[in-house]
Design a protein around this ligand. Structure first.
Ligand code: WTA
Length: 661
C-alpha cells in the first residue's frame, strides 16, 4: 500500500465534512493550534503542567543547546507511575475501571485504578527486593495480560528502565536485546493464549539465557498464565504469584528527574542490528497524554477506549499503557488473535464493553474487509464514536470501509502518523476539526513542526513529494540509541544536519507528499525498512539471518506489496556451490523460512524465498533491490542500465518460473 498513487484518490466525493457532534472539540482544538503557533514552548509547558503531576515543577522547558540531544523540562521531577495511578485514586477515581481484560479463551478480569495501583505497589516492592534499583534494566517478555501493564509500571515506579520484547520474537532476539541493555531481570510467563492454544514463552527465555557467553540476568520472574509445563532453574527462577504474595503492599513513589530514562524499545533500522530507542520520562508522558486526550477526543468519565496493539510495540507503550493511564481512561485489553474463537471476536468485544474509541492498524481492517461485512454487521457497534488507524498508510478503500461498516458511516477516523522514535502521534486529523480525506494523515498536531523537503533541504511546493522531516524538537522525541550516540546522530540528524540548517532537523525515513490544501500524504519508507502488518522489519536484519545459515552464500530481501499485510518479506538467496545439488529449491526455501523464524521471530518469516544463481548488482557491488522488488511484485523490470551484468535480471526472471513458491 506504500506506493498508492495519490493523484487517483483526491476526488471531491472522497471528502467527508467534520461531524457536528464534535463541535466542542473543534473549538478546543483550534484554540490549541493558536496557542502553539503563538509560543510553542509555552504551549508544551502549559500542557505538561495541566496533564501531569510534577513533584517538583520545572523552570526550563527545552534545552536544545546540545542538539540533537534534547532535554525537556529538565529540572522538573515526577514519577511516571504515580501519574498513571496514585493521583487518580487520590482524586477520588479509585473505583473507576482501568483495565477491562479479556483473555482469548473467554476468561475476563476487570481492574479498577485502586486495584491496579495496589498491584503495582506490590510489584515495585518485589522488584526492589530482587535488587532492582534506579537505572537498572528489566526485560519484559509477556503476553497481553494485566501483569504486562503492572510490570511496566512497577519498573517505571522505582526508576528502573524497561525493555519490552514482543512475545513473538525468538530466543536469539531476546538474547541480543538482553545483552545490549545488560538486563538484570527478565519478567516472562509460562505461556499465553494465542490462536486457540497456549503458546509457550518461558522456553524462549530459557534458551536465550542458555546461549553461549555470559549474560547479566540474575532472576527470571514468571507469571502463571498458560498453565503449561516449564523447566525451572533453581535460584534463578521465581513464580510471580508466590514472590508477590509476601511483599509489603505500601510503596511511596519517589520523584525522578524529567530526563530519567523510562524505557528502551528495540526497533529495526537499516542495518542488521536492531536499535535500542531510548525514551525518557517527563516529555514522553506529556506528549502521550496530550495526544491520547486530543486526537481521540477522550472523555475519561464516559469513554471506553480500546487500542488493539501489543505492548511489545511502541503503540502498546504509548497508547495502551502510558497515554491512557496518565489520562485516567477505562480501556479494554485483549490477549488473543482477532478471529478466535470466531471471526467476529473483536466486534463482540466492542459490543460487550460498549467501546467508544477504537484504535487499530490498516492490516487488520483489510483482513476484516476480506471476510465481508456480514460479520461485523451481526454486532451492535453503535457505541463507537472515534476510530483510529496507525502503522502504515491506510488505503482509501479500507478507510471508507472502516468508517461505513465499523463506524456506521458517522465516526471520524484519525489516521495517525508517528514512529517508535517519535514516541507519540505527530501527524493526525482531529475529530471534528478537519475535513476528512481517506488516505491522508493530514496535519501536524499543535506544537509539532513537520516539513516535506527535497534532498537539498528545500521545502517542496504544494503538490510536490519529498522526505518527511520534523523541524523542531518535540517532547516525546527519542533521546538516543542505547549505547550508540554516533548511530543516533548519523541515522536521524545528518541528512538534514548543520551543513544545511543551523540546527539539525529530524529525518523520519518516510516519503510524503503535500496536496493543494497542504495536507500530508505518507508514501511509505524511503530506506530499507519494511512494514509488514504495521510491524517494522529491516531488510538487512533478515539478510544477515539468512546468511548465518551454512547453506547460504548470499541473500537479498525486499518488501513486496501485499494486499493484506501492506508489504511482505520476499527473499532472493544464492546457495553455496556445494549445496545447490544437495537440496531442491523447495527444500532449501522451506528450511530457510524456518531458520529466519528461529533467528528473529515468526513475523520475519519470508512469504517467499527464491533460490537464484545471481543477484543484480551495480558496478560498485550494491544489490539493486528495486529490480528485485519489480520481480517480487510481478512487474516489468525497470531501468537496468546501472547493472554490472545486465543479463542477470533475465536469468532471475527466467528462473522464477520454475522455483516460484
Ligand atoms: C509507518 C508505529 C503512514 C511509517 C507507530 C513510519 C505510517 C513507521 C503511519 C513507524 C500512518 C506509521 N501513515 N505510515 N498513519 N503510522 N507509519 O516505529 O513508515 O513501528 O516510519 O511505529 O510506520 O513504525 P513504528
Amino acid at each position: 500500500m506504500s506506493t498508492t498513487s495519490i493523484d487517483s484518490l483526491q476526488h471531491e466525493e472522497r471528502r467527508f465534512p467534520p461531524s457536528e457532534e464534535f463541535a466542542a472539540n473543534a473549538v478546543a482544538s483550534s484554540g490549541l493550534y493558536d496557542e502553539a503557533r503563538a509560543d510553542r514552548l509555552a504551549f508544551w509547558a502549559k500542557q505538561s503542567r495541566e496533564l501531569l503531576h510534577w513533584h517538583k515543577d520545572f523552570t526550563q522547558t527545552l534545552d536544545w543547546s546540545n542538539a540533537p540531544f534534547a532535554k525537556w523540562f529538565a529540572d522538573g521531577e515526577l514519577n511516571v507511575a504515580y501519574n498513571c495511578l496514585d493521583r487518580h485514586v487520590l482524586a477520588g477515581n479509585g473505583d473507576r475501571i482501568a483495565i477491562l481484560w479479556e483473555g482469548e479463551p473467554g476468561d475476563s478480569r476487570s481492574i479498577s485504578y485502586a486495584e491496579l495501583t495496589a498491584e503495582v505497589k506490590r510489584a515495585a516492592n518485589l522488584l526492589t527486593k530482587l535488587g532492582i534499583g534506579k537505572g537498572d534494566r528489566v526485560a519484559i517478555y509477556l503476553p497481553m495480560i494485566p501483569e504486562a501493564v503492572v510490570a511496566m509500571l512497577a519498573v517505571a515506579r522505582i526508576g528502573a528502565v524497561h525493555s519490552v520484547i514482543f512475545g513473538g520474537f525468538s530466543a536469539e532476539s531476546i538474547r541480543s536485546r538482553v545483552d545490549d541493555a545488560s538486563a538484570k531481570l527478565v519478567i516472562t510467563a509460562d505461556g499465553g493464549w494465542r490462536k486457540g492454544k497456549v503458546s509457550a514463552l518461558k522456553p524462549a527465555v530459557d534458551a536465550a539465557l542458555a546461549k553461549e557467553g555470559t549474560h547479566t540476568v540474575e532472576n527470571v520472574l514468571v507469571v502463571k498464565r498458560g498453565e503449561n509445563d516449564v523447566d525451572w532453574v533453581e535460584g534463578r527462577d521465581l513464580w510471580w504469584h508466590e514472590a508477590i504474595a509476601d511483599v509489603d503492599a505500601e510503596h511511596e513513589a519517589e520523584a525522578f528527574e524529567a530526563e530519567h530514562p523510562l524505557f528502551i524499545l528495540y526497533t529495526s533500522g537499516t542495518t542488521g542490528k536492531p536499535k535500542g530507542i531510548l525514551h525518557t520520562s517527563g516529555g514522553y508522558l506529556t506528549q502521550t497524554a496530550f495526544t491520547h486526550k486530543n486526537v481521540f477526543d477522550l472523555h475519561p468519565e464516559t469513554d471506553v477506549y480500546w487500542c488493539s496493539a501489543d505492548v511489545g510495540w511502541i503503540t502498546g507503550h504509548s497508547y495502551v499503557v502510558y497515554g491512557p493511564l496518565a489520562n485516567g481512561a477505562t480501556q479494554v485489553l485483549y490477549e488473543g488473535t482477532p478471529d478466535l474463537p470466531h471471526p467476529g471476536r473483536w466486534w463482540e468485544i466492542i459490543q460487550k464493553y460498549g467501546v467508544s474509541i477504537f484504535y487499530t492498524a490498516p492490516t487488520a481492517i483489510r483482513s476484516f474487509m476480506k471476510l465481508g461485512r456480514e460479520i461485523p454487521d451481526a454486532f451492535d457497534l453503535t457505541s463507537l464514536r472515534v476510530l483510529g488507524s496507525v502503522g502504515e498508510p491506510i488505503n482509501p478503500e479500507a478507510w471508507v470501509w472502516y468508517r461505513e461498516v465499523i463506524g456506521g458511516g458517522k465516526t471520524p477516523i484519525v489516521d495517525t502518523w508517528w514512529q517508535t522514535e517519535t514516541g507519540a502521534i505527530m501527524v493526525s486529523a482531529l475529530p471534528g476539526v478537519t475535513i476528512a480525506k481517506p488516505g491522508s494523515a493530514q496535519v501536524a498536531l499543535p506544537g509539532i513542526s513537520i516539513d516535506v523537503l527535497d534532498e537539498a533541504g528545500n521545502a517542496v511546493p504544494v503538490g510536490g513529494g519529498g522526505l518527511l522531516v520534523v523541524s523542531e524538537p518535540w517532547p516525546s522525541m527519542l533521546r538516543g540509541i542505547w549505547g550508540d550516540p554516533e548511530r543516533f546522530k548519523e541515522t536521524y540528524w545528518e541528512k538534514f544536519g548543520t551543513a544545511l540548517f543551523e540546527k539539525p532537523k529530524y529525518f523520519a525515513g518516510d516519503g510524503a507528499r503535500l496536496d493543494e490544501d497542504g495536507d500530508i500524504w505518507l508514501l511509505g519508507r524511503v530506506d530499507d525498512v519494511m512494514n509488514v502488518s504495521g510491524h517494522r522489519l529491516s531488510t538487512a536484519e533478515i539478510e544477515s539471518a539468512l546468511v548465518s545459515h551454512p547453506i547460504v552464500a548470499e541473500s537479498a530481501v525486499v518488501g513486496a506489496a501485499d494486499e493484506t499485510t501492506g508489504q511482505a518479506v520476499v527473499a532472493f538467496v544464492i546457495l553455496r556451490s556445494d549445496q545447490s545439488e544437495m537440496q531442491t529449491a523447495d527444500e532449501a526455501s522451506a528450511l530457510l523460512r524456518t531458520h529466519v523464524s528461529d533467528q528473529i521471530g515468526a513475523i520475519a518469516r519470508p512469504r517467499q524465498i527464491f533460490i537464484v544463481a545471481e543477484l543484480p548488482k551495480t558496478r560498485s557491488g550494491k544489490i539493486m533491490r528495486r529490480l528485485l522488488q519489480d520481480v517480487a511484485e510481478g512487474r516489468a523490470i525497470g531501468d537496468t542500465t546501472t547493472l554490472a551484468d545486465t543479463s542477470v535480471m533475465q536469468i532471475i526472471s527466467g528462473q522464477l518460473g520454475s522455483t516460484n513458491g
